[in-house]
Design a protein around this ligand. Structure first.
Ligand code: LLP
Length: 438
């Protein structure tokens, strides 16, 4: 996808950069992000919404991938930002991202995090429980501010990739229930509070969803609830945030709908439902993460040990694994890979791609047909832009890989490779344990 192609040397090229040159310059493992593709995805969301629902705002969900350079890009493309922690807020502020364009999520924001968000003028607080509502009101009071509030609702539609279910969905740590009156009670509580202002409602039904139906159902449920609030309390809700979740392609088995089709459908559903209730059109928000960044990223690895267990399996190990890609181990996520230095070679054997962490479950891909691999080959795993760098960890004390943005033949480092010194920089040896002097 994007600017990915095979060049005249038979190498994989992204953003006009030969991946072999990238590997040479920055080392492996390496996250490579196609900047043009990211910008295209931002623009497609933004422009399709503007066309079908002018009073709208697309907020990029930073949890998918957030660095200072990414914040600059998101701001540049006119998107708002969904943040979920003090760390994400700090990153965005450090990049000069406007605080008023941040929506602050999370089911357990600490008092310190809320204070930090209030102090810096974060635009919207998405509140998840009575307990948090009370905390926010109290802290905003102390800060002498009025916090812009969304309530996170469980719309009773839950989607998991290819399936969705309608449930009372009582048992989830996120959101407030409709059927049990929890959400309505929160609306009434907020109305009595002096230091919060109920600006809108929010829901998020899941992630990596291919079916458009659950989005449509959730949108309809939310507008119905807005109407119920209006009837019972007279309050007109001015903003509706339908969360993220639009699926992307990881392997050839995945065939998501077009992004613009998804946007059109959401816009239409909200408009139709509001017309039905004669309800003034709210400002409409969505919070895509994966569908902005996921397919724009690849990870480059160098092939190392190859181990064949005759008649059983051939393991090909690469120089990364669950430290830079936790998704196969956590979700049994599937990926495609290519041999970046020999793109024109035919697939000739079935292998499994292993990581190098001390964990049997550290497998990146089970059973993939590839050209015969040898030590030193450059492998690219595809669609690794979302929830890879952001979920990377230091298991086994492997330093986290760098991230480069590529565009028009230029590669810019946006996150440097962690060094061994970085790994020990916060380590402290208590005085009583100091090594004896030599
Ligand atoms: N808004 C809210 C409130 C969310 O909780 C999420 C994702 C998003 C937006 C963005 O959803 P997206 O468009 O990226 O699907 N680590 C998992 C995904 C966790 C998603 C959590 N919430 C994975 O690697 O698949």
């Amino acid at each position: 996808t994007g600017t990915m192609r095979v060049n005249s040397k038979g190498h994989l090229e992204v953003g006009g950069c030969d991946t072999l040159d990238l590997a040479k310059e920055f080392g492996t493992p390496l996250y490579v992000m196609d900047e043009e593709q990211i910008r295209k995805n931002c623009a497609e969301y933004r422009d399709t919404f503007k066309e079908h629902y002018p009073n709208s705002q697309v907020a990029y969900a930073g949890k998918a991938f957030l660095t200072k350079a990414m914040c600059r890009l998101v701001d540049d493309e006119g998107l708002a930002l969904d943040v979920v922690s003090g760390g994400e807020i700090h990153t965005a502020l450090a990049a000069g991202f406007p605080a008023e364009k941040m929506l602050y999520h999370g089911n357990n924001k600490t008092p310190e995090e809320i204070e930090m968000a209030l102090e810096n003028g974060v635009g919207r607080f998405v509140v998840d429980s009575y307990s948090e509502l009370e905390l926010l009101n109290a802290l905003a009071g102390e800060a002498g501010k009025v916090a812009g509030l969304y309530l996170r609702i469980k719309p009773g539609v839950e989607a998991h990739t290819h399936h969705y279910i309608q449930t009372g969905q009582v048992d989830s740590k996120f959101g407030m229930g409709l059927a049990d009156g929890e959400a309505m009670t929160a609306v009434k509580m907020a109305a009595k509070m002096k230091h919060v202002e109920l600006k809108g409602l929010h829901c998020h039904i899941g992630s990596q969803i291919f079916d458009l139906k659950p989005f449509q159902m959730a949108a309809a449920v939310m507008v119905d609830f807005m109407q119920e609030i209006k009837k019972k309390t007279g309050t007109v809700i001015g903003e509706l945030d339908l969360g993220g979740g639009f699926g992307i392609r990881y392997t050839r088995e995945d065939s998501p709908y077009s992004l613009s089709g998804f946007v059109e459908l959401i816009a239409k559903t909200v408009k139709d439902k509001c017309a039905e209730h004669n309800y003034p059109l709210p400002k409409l928000l969505v919070e895509p993460g994966r569908s902005i960044i996921g397919e724009a990223g690849i990870t480059l690895y160098t092939v190392g040990s190859v181990k064949e267990i005759p008649g059983v399996r051939k393991y090909v190990a690469v120089d990364g694994g669950m430290m830079d890609n936790l998704r196969p181990a956590m979700y049994e996520a599937k990926y495609e890979a290519v041999v970046a230095n020999r793109m024109n070679d035919q697939a000739e054997e079935k292998v499994s791609i292993a990581g190098k962490a001390c964990e049997s479950g550290d497998m990146l891909i089970w059973d993939i047909e590839l050209p015969k691999l040898q030590r030193g080959d450059l492998m690219a795993v595809l669609s690794t832009g979302a929830y890879h760098y952001s979920m990377a960890n230091n298991y086994n004390r492997f330093p986290r890989p760098p991230v480069v943005f590529v565009k028009d033949g230029q590669a810019d480092l946006v996150v440097a490779r962690e060094s061994y010194d970085d790994l020990v920089q916060n380590d402290i040896i208590p005085a009583r344990m100091q090594a004896p002097a030599a």
